[in-house]
Design a protein. Sequence first.
Length: 315
Amino acid sequence: MKITLFDTAVCTENLGDFIIMDAVRDHINEMFPEAMVLHTATHEKISRPTYNMVKQCDLSFVGGTNLISSNMNSYNQWKINLIDGFFLNDIILMGVGWWQYQNDANFYTRYLLKSVLNHDLLHSVRDSYAEQMLRKAGFNNVINTSCATMWRLNEAHCQAIPVSKGENVVATITDYNKDPKNDVALIQLLHKFYKKVYIWPQGSRDIDYINQLGLAKFAKILPPKLEAYNSLLLHDESIDFVGTRLHAGVRALQNKKRTIILGIDNRAFEKAKDFNITVCPRDDLAKLELLINSNIPTEINLPTENILRWKSQFK
């Protein structure tokens, strides 16, 4: 058996895509232990080699991130177009999200998605907002499974996450959604309540923004490598996560770290609404201070039945 995996971690400037694809590959390999998995990119234009690969594969998946928007003729993180629809017509979504809060999908987007996506198998999306938007675009074969990065955050896992404040903290800020006043105030607040503060640059321009704000005086800046972040989470037994980067927060949860995600767009707020992850608006520093110094049980409500339903269709 051969599988094409449209890989969102190829040609990306966001290390969060690597966190997503770690989980996607993990579950694909678990579901299809004997399959050969072939990778191609989502963030660059599709060419003939990909068409030929998909043609010889039994299944094709696209993994995670906020790939779909309402106007894919003008904004498309997934670099597909109408020509691709002649060669790709059975792609299956796996934990994919909608880019932002938007109006309903335009005609171009609806036609494009109907051309490239599978019409028979269930598609997996990461939250109820993405499910709602896809249904409005004409897809009834879609269910909310949450992002694949969350699928192992079951009750037993969550119970192992500390409830009370750790000794140290790792933070993130977001270069493409800047709020200098609150971003500086965030790091100053963490410096007040934690012994050591680290900042991990997840995006390619985060480090420039961090330096622009002069945050090195309050925190140690980690290298912009996923390995550096993984190592910190692995070796510091008393560290919390507080920051705006959603998948950095999910990686912390995967490593059983107490996590407060600062909401800056639809992704974090929809996950809080659907799955009960701890989210605080970035501009509500009073609430954040209260959360930091309170006991916070991690009680994630996974859509377990939907995850199993989506997976079971491939047996």
